[in-house]
Design a protein around this ligand. Sequence first.
Ligand code: FES
Length: 162
Amino acid sequence: MTNSTQTKLYPEIIEFIEECLTREHPESYLISILHKLQERHGYLTREHMYEVAQRLQVPASVVSGVSTFYHFFRLKPRGRYAISICLGTACFVKGADKILEAFRKKLGINMGETTKDGLFSLENTRCLGVCGLAPVVTINDKIYSRVTPQQVPDLLSRALAD
Ligand code: FES
C-alpha cells in the first residue's frame, strides 16, 4: 500500500513491523508495535493506526479496538505536564478519588483530557508499587506521596516552576 512518500509512520516502526511479519503470528505483536509507536509519537493517531493495520495485514477495526480497549494507549496528545493519579486499591482507600476531584475542579478537565493551553493532562494509573506512600500522584517523572486534595494547587504551581 504505502510507499515512502505516503507513509505516516516512523522508519523504525516500519522496520519493526516488517520484522514482525517474518515471525509466526505477526498479529500477536500488535500491542508491542502500538507501544513503540506511542513511545515515539506520544499518542496514537487514526492515520498511524490505519497504516499499522495495512502493514500488519489486520483489519483496521482490530487496531482501533485494541488501542481503545487498553487504558495505557493515548489517542490524544498529552499536555506538557502529565498528571497521573494512582487509582490502585491502596491509593483509592486513602482518598485518591478526592485528589482526582480536586485536580478536575482546578484544571476544568476530566480524566483523559488535556487543558486547552496544552499544559496539563489528567491520567489515571494502576498501582505504582509504592503503596506505603499512598495516595500517590506523579507529574511527569516526579512522584508525590501522601497527597491531600489541599496540596493540589501547590503541586500545579511547583510543576510550572520546574
Ligand atoms: S495502589 Fe497506588 S501505589 Fe500501590
